[in-house]
Design a protein around this ligand. Structure first.
Ligand SMILES: [Zn+2]
Length: 196
């Protein structure tokens, strides 16, 4: 049993500021087995990821058009982390192709998304595989919006970096080679949206 609470629905939270940003809190859907904690002041950077797949079994036409599609996608991600023995939802936030940002793991719980760098790093993952094409326009805004929510919560302009730009990583994430083109766009929108 994977322990996912499949009855749990997202709770909408609107983060005040200019612009206001809505995120969907879904943390209560996913069991937490690893409770290594940190203070908010320990968070020094945001890692940008993709989850690396365009669709999962049972979700062949994935486009994120409904909340239930997003949920089944995140459930599949959670199960794959369990298979790798990473136990918990690895990322703190996830963004869908069709306009929703989800809060998936409490930011004061260390995640499992950038080996050797997890303690000072908060992970935001886009649903999809961006090695061969850019995320949609709305997803670029969502990556930035999710990161802006983090900055507003920390009251600090922590930088964003692509997963593979951390030391000692061997991964295409968040989509080598295209992310070198689109990550600066996310950063530009983030610097507008963080509200500082
Ligand atoms: Zn990654």
């Amino acid at each position: 049993m994977d322990g996912i609470n499949t009855k749990a629905r997202p709770r909408k939270m609107t983060i005040p500021g200019n612009p206001p940003i809505t995120i969907w809190d879904i943390r209560h859907r996913y069991p937490v087995n690893h409770r290594r904690t940190r203070s908010l002041s320990a968070i020094q950077q945001i890692a940008i990821h993709h989850d690396g797949v365009n669709f999962d079994a049972g979700d062949q036409d994935y486009d994120g058009s409904t909340v239930d599609e997003d949920l089944s996608r995140m459930d599949a991600d959670y199960r794959s982390f369990a298979r790798f023995n990473w136990y918990d939802m690895a990322y703190h936030m996830m963004v869908s192709p069709n306009g929703r940002a989800y809060y998936t793991r409490t930011s004061t719980l260390v995640g499992a998304h950038v080996k050797y760098h997890n303690t000072p790093t908060l992970g935001i993952a886009g649903m999809g595989d961006y090695r061969f094409h850019w995320p949609s326009g709305v997803m670029l805004f969502l990556y930035a919006g999710a990161a802006a929510v983090v900055r507003r919560g920390l009251w600090r302009k922590v930088p964003i970096r692509g997963h593979r730009d951390f030391t000692r990583q061997s991964t295409a994430c968040p989509g080598e080679p295209t992310y070198r083109q689109w990550l600066p766009v996310v950063d530009l929108v983030l610097n507008w949206a963080d509200g500082f």
